[in-house]
Design a protein around this ligand. Structure first.
Ligand code: SP5
Ligand code: ZN
Length: 334
C-alpha cells in the first residue's frame, strides 16, 4: 500500500499542554511520526495541491488565524505558544473582535492545542499528504495511507482543538466529491469522538459519518458523540455515533464496528475514509480501551472485506513505543 508523509509535518512541536490543572509535555509529538516511519519504512512525499482543497472545508478567517496568529501573539509580547483562554460562550452576542486573545478563543475548542510559528506549515503538509493518498485511490489503488500528523478529526470548519488544526478526513472527503466519488463514508475509529468531522458534515446528505469512541459521558470531547446525535436537514440520519465504555476490548469493539459497517453498506459509498487512531490500544497513556496490537489486523480485515476503495488517515495514538507496530498491524489487514 502506498503511504504519504512530508518531513515538514514534523516541525509543529508545542512545548506543553494544559492537563488536569497543570502543564505537562505536549502528547502529540513529532516522535509519533518517527515511530510510524520506523515501522513502515520511508513514505512518499506528497505533491503540493495548494490551499483550495483546504478552503473548501475551512473558513478563510480561521485559516488566516492559523497562519498569522503565532506572529501576532509574539508581537503582543507573549513568551509562550499561542493558546486560547477565553471563549465567546453560547448566547454571547457575536462580536467580530480583532484582539489576538479574542481570536484564539473564537477559533479554538480547548486550551490544550497551542499554536507555534511552525503549526501552519505542518498542518498544511498533513493536508497535502491526505490529498496525495486520495489521488492514489482515485487512480485505482484499493487502499492508501496518509500519515497525518498533526491529526485532524477534532478540527471543525472554524476551530482547532484536541491536537488538530485542519480536518484531513474532511478535506479528503470534500476533494473526493469534487473528483466525482460520491457518496463518501467516513469511519472514525480513534478513541475520541471526531467532533470536527461530525460538525462539518452534520447537515450533508452526501457524506456518512460513523464513529466508534469512548462515551462522551467520561471522555473528551464531552459535548459531542452521544448516540442521539444523528445529523440534521439533508444530513438527517447520515451521522452514526456508537459510544463505548472505558475498558472496551476487541470483541465488543468488533461488534460495534460490524454495526457501523452495516450502516455504511446501506449508504453504498464510492469511497471509505478511515480516521484511524491507535489510541484505542490497551497501553495508551491518555485513553482507556483495551485493544491489543494483534487485534488491529483483524479489525482492519473486517473493514477491507467490505470492498470499498479506502483511504486511511492517521489520527491519534500516544504510546510511541507501540505506535509503529499498531499502525503496521492495522495496515496489514488491507
Ligand atoms: C487526535 C486525538 O486523539 N486527540 C486527543 C485529544 C485529547 N485531549 C484531551 C486529553 C488530555 C490528555 N492530556 C494528556 C497529556 C499527557 N502528556
Ligand atoms: Zn484520539
Amino acid at each position: 500500500m502506498r503511504g504519504f508523509f512530508d518531513p515538514r509535518q514534523r516541525a509543529h512541536a508545542p512545548a506543553q499542554e494544559l492537563h488536569n490543572g497543570g502543564f505537562v509535555a505536549y502528547a502529540e509529538t513529532p516522535a509519533r511520526a518517527d515511530a510510524i516511519l520506523a515501522a513502515l519504512g520511508p513514505l512518499e512525499t506528497p505533491a503540493d495541491r495548494g490551499e483550495a482543497p483546504i478552503l473548501a472545508v475551512h473558513d478563510a478567517a480561521y485559516v488566516d488565524f492559523l497562519k498569522t496568529g503565532p506572529a501576532r501573539w509574539k508581537a503582543a509580547g507573549r513568551p509562550g505558544d499561542l493558546v486560547g483562554y477565553i471563549w465567546p460562550i453560547v448566547g454571547r452576542r457575536p462580536l467580530a473582535l480583532d484582539r489576538i486573545d479574542a481570536l484564539a478563543g473564537r477559533f479554538s475548542l480547548d486550551a490544550a492545542t497551542p499554536l507555534t510559528a511552525d503549526t501552519w506549515t505542518s498542518a498544511y503538509w498533513s493536508a497535502q499528504s491526505v490529498l496525495a493518498a486520495l489521488d492514489a485511490v482515485l487512480g485505482g489503488d484499493r487502499a492508501a495511507f496518509a500519515l497525518c500528523r498533526p491529526p485532524g478529526h477534532h478540527a471543525g470548519r472554524d476551530y482547532l482543538g484536541g491536537y488538530c488544526h485542519l480536518n484531513t478526513a474532511a478535506i479528503a472527503a470534500q476533494a473526493a466529491i469534487f473528483g466525482g466519488m460520491a457518496p463518501v463514508a467516513i469511519l472514525d475509529v480513534d478513541y475520541h469522538h471526531g467532533n470536527g468531522t461530525q460538525d462539518i458534515f452534520w447537515n450533508r446528505g452526501d457524506v456518512f459519518f460513523a464513529s466508534l469512541h469512548a462515551d462522551p459521558a467520561t471522555d473528551y470531547p464531552f459535548y459531542w458523540g452521544h448516540a442521539d446525535e444523528t445529523g440534521e436537514g439533508a444530513g438527517d440520519g447520515t451521522t452514526l455515533n456508537l459510544p463505548l465504555p472505558q475498558g472496551t476490548t476487541r470483541d465488543a469493539f468488533r461488534a460495534a464496528l460490524a454495526t457501523a459497517l452495516d450502516r455504511i453498506a446501506r449508504f453504498a459509498p464510492d469511497l471509505l475514509i478511515v480516521s484511524y487512531g491507535a489510541d484505542t490500544w490497551a497501553g495508551d497513556p491518555i485513553s482507556r480501551f483495551g485493544i491489543e496490537t494483534a487485534d488491529y489486523r483483524l479489525l482492519a480485515a473486517d473493514i477491507a472485506a467490505c470492498g470499498w476503495p479506502t483511504l486511511i488517515a492517521m489520527e491519534g495514538g500516544y504510546a510511541c513505543d507501540a505506535l509503529g507496530a499498531n499502525v503496521a498491524g492495522f495496515l496489514s489487514g488491507f
